[in-house]
Design a protein around this ligand. Structure first.
Ligand code: NAP
Length: 345
């Protein structure tokens, strides 16, 4: 059966305004979908036309090439927030992929549910959180996710993937790797706890809570603390274009850490399984990159890990800056930084 084009299909739409970094040329086709049937129909139409599909949420973790995309950009706007199961210990939430993530956290916290409160103010949609296993202040989506509902473009059917099938790693999942391009996430199921939340271990949060004389904080207090701390150091993407943390924290083994700590005994490192996680922001600070401006872009003065794009520089300039930063850090420490956002060309 020949599929109709998606509703409100537009052609030659500039992608930059749909990303928080404000980088990206025109795509051949653009459509917004707000239900599962719309996702399936759009994917089938694109398949018939032999057009690649690129799935977009709020564009907070993608960098799109200025050359444009010969693809259908499918912007997911599927709503939904429902408690589908609960007992004395926990509640299970069904969430539409298009929900603004922070609204999900806000509503969960209002229900006094624990598990995602530290992930307050992470920009983007709920459906994007499994893709990079979004996380902050010791919580990550993999900890509370029960399953992902997705349209499987390979077999043209809806599928559910459990936590193991998502292949989660540190700020990583199989949606970025082996399963890249196969699934369009339409919903996520989370299981949150009715128990008191885990106490924050991150120094900035602890300091903030202590200053407020809050001990054993509840979920609302942790959310407020995260929001206050983040607002102090991170630029608001609706004001200054940026894609959040631009580099992942490097993971090194003990031998590598010992090598690094010989000349830099104060280098922060956190146990990570058998390995150690370095703080990418600290490495950038040591290289004097906080606040540095190159190629029209800037490493944020409040937090060097965030590259800001105040003058709406293009993809090529951003790539030059990334190359420069990676080289400077490598020359100083022998550690290779890896970008966190996905580059779409
Ligand atoms: P920070 O407190 O200055 O710490 C620097 C880094 O050290 C963090 O990135 C964190 O790794 C790690 N770290 C600090 N205390 C830790 C602890 N007690 N246990 C384990 N690891 C610890 O961090 P920040 O840069 O201001 O960021 C605060 C949190 O917000 C972090 O979790 C960060 O990932 C998150 N964040 C995420 C984005 C994003 O776009 N994804 C943007 C900004 C901030 P982790 O990053 O692994 O937590």
């Amino acid at each position: 059966m020949t599929q109709h084009p998606p509703k409100n299909l537009r052609e030659q739409v500039k992608v930059a305004p749909y990303t928080t970094m404000r980088v990206g040329g025109p795509c051949d086709f653009f459509a917004e979908v707000d239900d599962v049937a719309g996702v399936a129909a759009a994917c089938e139409w694109a398949g018939e036309q032999e057009i690649e599909v690129f799935v977009l949420g709020e564009g907070s973790n993608v960098i799109v090439s200025d050359a444009g995309l010969h693809r259908l950009v499918l912007k997911i706007e599927i709503p939904g927030f429902e408690v589908i199961d609960e007992d004395d210990e926990s509640a299970t939430l069904q969430i539409g992929a298009g929900e603004h993530w922070d609204h999900v956290v806000e509503r969960a916290v209002k229900l006094d549910l624990a598990g995602i409160e530290a992930m307050s103010m992470i920009p983007g949609t709920a459906g994007a959180t499994p893709v990079q296993n979004a996380g902050a202040y010791g919580q990550e989506i993999a900890n509370t996710l029960v399953e992902v509902q997705a349209y499987d473009r390979l077999i043209h059917k809806m599928a559910t993937l459990n936590r193991e099938e998502c292949g989660f790693g540190y700020r990583d999942s199989a949606f970025k790797g082996a399963m890249s391009g196969r699934y369009v996430i339409v919903g996520v199921t989370l299981k949150l706890s009715k128990q008191p939340p885990a106490e924050p271990t991150y120094a900035s949060l602890k300091r903030y809570l202590e200053a407020q004389d809050i001990h054993k904080p509840n979920v609302a207090q942790i959310r407020s603390a995260v929001m206050a701390v983040r607002a102090r150091i991170l630029p608001d993407p609706s004001v200054v274009p940026n894609a959040g943390s631009f580099f992942k924290n490097p993971i090194v083994n003990k031998r590598e850490l010992d090598r690094l700590r010989l000349p830099y005994p104060d280098m922060p490192a956190f146990e990570f399984g058998d390995d150690y996680k370095l703080a990418a922001g600290w490495l950038l600070d040591q290289c004097g990159l906080k606040g540095a401006e190159h190629y029209g872009l800037k490493l944020h003065s409040g937090h060097a890990l965030v590259i800001t794009n105040p003058n709406h520089a293009g993809y090529a300039d951003l790539m030059k800056l990334v190359e420069y930063v990676v080289a400077v850090v490598y020359d100083r420490f022998g550690v290779t930084l890896e970008p966190e956002p996905q580059f779409i060309t």
